[in-house]
Design a protein around this ligand. Structure first.
Ligand code: ZN
Length: 391
């Protein structure tokens, strides 16, 4: 790898390392208590939010003493302190844990206010993944040290942590314990420049199609979905809270986790490759092309995790100093990438078509990816400008 014609640049990024941990019986008791405390504080804040909303509809007529943003950091932390005076058992757990919980509630409320989506919901003790986050954690001799616990927790320290530890999230997923350690790390951001540009069409048949003709293949979820279906049926047929019922439930939760990990891994591999190989990356806006009106389509759409693909491409491009942009052009599928002729209609099932104007044969997705690249680099679409690009 040569970086001779690039200036070395560094950037602080957040990264997380996840390890399996093996708490002793006593430690496990404390971890469960900590998760409960975090959930309790979160739900109390959610209760406060609902109360304020119901009675005062926030800004309209805030009660006296509340004449400021009810979900400022100040208020949530204050409320957290008050809770500790009433519910004394909260003092048995690490105060950074409840502080982080209050902070994360404030953050979700702010995000909700900004976007109108993702109103924080009550946390249930029945969620398959239970967790709490705290600061001041350390790794000592390959073991985990957390506040309030004297003894370190056994850990499968499979790869060394590089960077400064910011926080740790301890989770119980399906009766297994994990810690995810969040660090701030300095990375070299200038990857060798390749001089390449790529347009990307996100789709159903192939999750990713590139303008150079490369395709990712479909994210295969049938195996997981079938298993989920079968296990779901089994649970329905078993006696609630029986031993077999619980066992099947654990299996089901594990399948969901495996499915999630599989998707994440698939997307990580391919987005890293794309960012390594290209200097400019343009992605089409899927909603423009397909819409989510069709319910069946919406489910597959969700499965393909287009959102996650874009998110990863964006942050990886940012890390490595590459250009990334979402192209909001509407007719990328229907426009001939060779001459600019625009079809009136192109059914969703049509995979290949021939341009009536210039006779070019098109693979639907590759053609769209080429158009996305054109719009990304020139700012013009054929359909808008009637510019014919001749090479
Ligand atoms: Zn044509």
């Amino acid at each position: 790898m040569t970086l001779s014609n690039n200036i070395l640049k560094f950037k602080e990024v957040n990264k997380s390392y996840k390890y399996r941990i093996y708490p002793s019986f006593e430690q496990e008791k404390y971890l469960i208590q900590s998760i409960g405390g975090s959930r309790f504080v979160f739900n109390q804040l959610k209760g406060l939010q609902e109360f304020l909303y119901k009675n005062y509809c926030y800004g309209n007529s805030i009660p006296e003493g509340y004449n400021f943003n009810p979900f400022s950091k100040y208020i949530t932390q204050n409320y957290n302190t008050k809770l500790k005076k009433v519910f004394l058992w909260l003092n048995d757990i690490d105060s950074h844990n409840t502080m982080r919980t209050a902070h994360s509630f404030t953050q979700s409320m702010l995000n909700f206010k900004k976007s109108g989506f993702g109103m924080p919901k009550y946390k249930s003790r029945h969620n398959p993944v239970q967790s709490f986050t705290t600061t001041y954690i350390k790794v000592i001799d390959g073991k985990l040290k957390i506040p309030k616990l004297k003894e370190t927790i056994k850990m499968k320290y499979s790869r060394p942590i590089k960077g400064k530890i910011l926080s740790g999230t301890i989770s119980k997923e399906n009766n297994k314990w994990y810690v995810s350690i969040n660090v701030s790390k300095s990375i070299i951001t200038s990857k060798p420049k390749t001089g390449k540009i790529v347009g990307i069409d996100l789709g159903l048949k192939d999750a990713i199609t590139c303008s150079n003709g490369k395709k990712s293949g479909k994210i295969q979820l049938k195996f997981f979905d079938n298993k989920i279906k079968i296990l779901g049926k089994k649970i329905a047929n078993r006696i609630k809270d029986s031993c077999n019922w619980s066992k099947t439930k654990v299996k089901l939760a594990q399948t969901y986790i495996n499915k999630k990990n599989y998707i994440k891994d698939f997307i990580h591999k391919i987005t890293t490759k794309i960012v390594n190989n290209n200097d400019q990356i343009y992605v089409g806006n899927v909603n423009n092309q397909l819409g989510l009106k069709n319910k069946k389509l919406a489910k597959t759409t969700a499965d393909q995790h287009w959102y996650e693909i874009k998110r990863q491409l964006e942050y990886k491009s940012d890390w490595y100093d590459k250009k990334f942009k979402v192209v909001n052009e509407k007719y990328t599928s229907k426009t001939c990438s060779n001459c600019g002729y625009k079809l009136l209609e192109l059914g969703l099932g049509v995979r290949t078509w021939t341009c009536p104007e210039c006779n070019s044969k098109h693979d639907r997705d590759i053609n769209a990816a080429i158009n996305i690249q054109t719009v990304g680099t020139t700012g013009f679409a054929f359909s808008k400008t009637n510019i014919k690009l001749v090479d």
